[in-house]
Design a protein around this ligand. Sequence first.
Ligand code: 13P
Ligand code: SF4
Length: 375
Amino acid sequence: MSGVTSSVIDVDYEQPGEHAGSACSTRHAWARVPPEPAPAERAALKQRIRELLKARNAVMVSHYYVHPDLQDLAEETGGLVADSLEMARFGRDHAAQTLVVCGVRFMGESAKILSPEKRVLMPDLDATCSLDLGCPTEAFSAFCDAHPDRAVVVYANTSAAVKARADWMVTSGCALEIVRALKEQGQKVLWAPDRHLGAYIQRETGADMVFWNGACIVHDEFKAFELEALMREHPAARVLVHPESPAEVVALADVVGSTAAMLKAARELDAHEFIVATDLGLLHQMRLHNPGKTFIEAPTAGNSATCKSCAQCPWMAMNSLAGVVRVLEQGLNEVQIDPALGRRARLPIDRMLAFTAALKNGQPLTGLVPHLGAV
Ligand code: 13P
Ligand code: SF4
């Protein structure tokens, strides 16, 4: 195995003040980026993972933002590479008793909450998310207490304890439909934690919403001015944007959607060039499945500025082939959730999964959107 050690990087993120509505302060976190293995080591690690998955009756579930090797291996071995909505669904429905979740902490936690009887392992349990970090449970609870008349809708990118305060969990793949259904029932919404996604949903649905003030350090960095310049250089390109991006960037998009929706657009739109505003991990899938098309990274840094993440989530980058081997060999890094907390946190996730399943199958949504206080 490689003797090169991981490099630790500092990551700044925003955290809203003690009182809802007060300004964000900058906090610091870190990420540990493992070294790239040399070609021979890389091949050996991949082979070892194939063997271990079989031997341990385990399945790999990877997010589109992790290293391409971990995406490809998940697909090749009968696991899944997907957005966070499909990752949650797949882990729950698959027969394997061990799930290896390659992504960030909240993804492993969602898998464990939905399958408490399964063993959920992650290459690195310290892989977090600026949205999760920026929404601490106590302050969030106080925010909810201040708005008892609102349905609490939280994004998947939150801790189990925050989900346990919620009426609904949503992902970017279903947030619009769920908030629209709540609005149709006359419900007002408390939204957390991503302010850009929340504002996008409000613009699209016209729902009455109050917001937590969190942001994704990756998507928050896309720049509208520079994107317009790039669009002028590539006038035929279609622009695909993840809704965690700022409103001015979203306004320039041909398609706004989750990672899965962006992939679908790349496949189905009648265009040969695309400008993509999301983590670069998704471009691997786009290039893999659309060999004749060109995918261009949207700009993250303004004129003479530097980018913080450069469109690569530092926490997603903590997942590595060596990490998967380690956890499978040693049974390390098991995600643990207090069972009572897990049962409460499961309610908003189950509600989302029931809603999205009905939507997908064209079934009536009646009864799937309970009145406030029905939790
Ligand atoms: P998706 O739900 O679109 O996969 O996004 C998850 C995420 O972390 C985006 O930054
Ligand atoms: Fe969180 Fe952003 Fe990383 Fe997704 S890309 S895990 S939202 S920090």
